[in-house]
Design a protein around this ligand. Structure first.
Ligand code: SAM
Length: 252
């Protein structure tokens, strides 16, 4: 058993958070997947910047936290970011949360952190659940090296062009996907990347959690018969096989 010092367990050191931005991960489905430190932080900050205040409102209610909230997403204008920056410069602590999982991971936050970094303002992250890593863990595919490629584009041409960029990458690829687009994406994966093992991880941490690991053509056959699945999906795709060149190819 690892022994943790009292200092590590006690957080923060005083009874007030230092001024700054606290990136707080929230559950990706199961409400109990939130860390003790995330709850401490949400209770202690001056306000919470949310992707959607209604979604976060439900989480706060479940944990009996009442705190002023404001909306922040990367479409928010420069002024909203300036307001957050000034509030921190005036001594406030602000949490940033998205609807689910880790802020900034296919979610808002990057522009805000970029600006805070430029201003040398204190930013920290309270880590927690993310669908990408949860899907990777379950996939049965190599996890030594992986590449998170975000959402695949919704239009076919853009999606195929995007997949071409990853064609030669030998790391496992992780993408976010939606049920209605799954079949079309699987077909493009087969056409552009070739026959590979893929894990379709769905509704992670929720009541109907499911993972299907198989070759792409088997998935295509399955979803052609069973129709588009419901819920949220992570696609984990086997990386490219390392090419073994023979002497002639090497000379060429
Ligand atoms: N920031 C989040 C994170 O850290 O996982 C991801 C936000 S992104 C807008 C939402 C996408 O993440 C969904 O469309 C789906 O692809 C994936 N996702 C989120 N929750 C999931 C879950 N419980 N099971 C499977 N995929 C999930």
């Amino acid at each position: 058993m690892t022994h943790h010092s009292e200092k590590e367990l006690k957080w923060p050191e005083g009874d007030k958070l230092r001024p700054g931005l606290y990136i707080v991960a929230t559950p990706i489905g199961n409400l109990r997947d939130i860390t003790l430190r995330a709850l401490d932080t949400l209770k202690m900050v001056d306000k919470i910047a949310c992707e959607d205040t209604r979604v976060t409102g439900k989480l706060l209610k479940a944990y009996d936290i009442s705190k002023p909230t404001l909306t922040y997403n990367d479409h928010s204008d420069e002024k909203k970011r300036r307001d957050i920056i000034s509030a921190i410069q005036n001594g406030q602590s602000i949490a940033l949360v998205s609807d689910a999982g880790c802020p900034l991971i296919s979610d808002p936050g990057f522009k805000l952190i970029r600006d805070l970094t430029k201003e040398d303002i204190y930013v920290t992250s309270i880590p927690g659940a993310s669908a990408a890593l949860t899907g990777l863990q379950l996939s049965g595919l190599s996890s030594d090296s992986f590449c998170f490629i975000g959402f695949l584009p919704s239009k076919q041409k853009a999606r195929q062009d995007n997949l071409k960029e990853w064609e030669a990458v030998s790391s496992t690829l992780i993408a976010y996907e939606t049920g209605p687009r799954l079949l079309a994406s699987l077909k493009d994966i087969r056409d552009v990347l070739g026959e590979r093992r893929v894990c379709v991880a769905r509704e992670l941490t929720k009541m109907f959690e499911e993972k299907r690991s198989d070759y792409v053509f088997e998935h295509i056959a399955y979803y052609e018969v069973n129709g588009a699945p419901k819920g949220e999906i992570v696609l984990v795709i086997e990386g490219a096989k390392q090419k073994i060149w023979d002497d002639e190819q090497l000379i060429e």
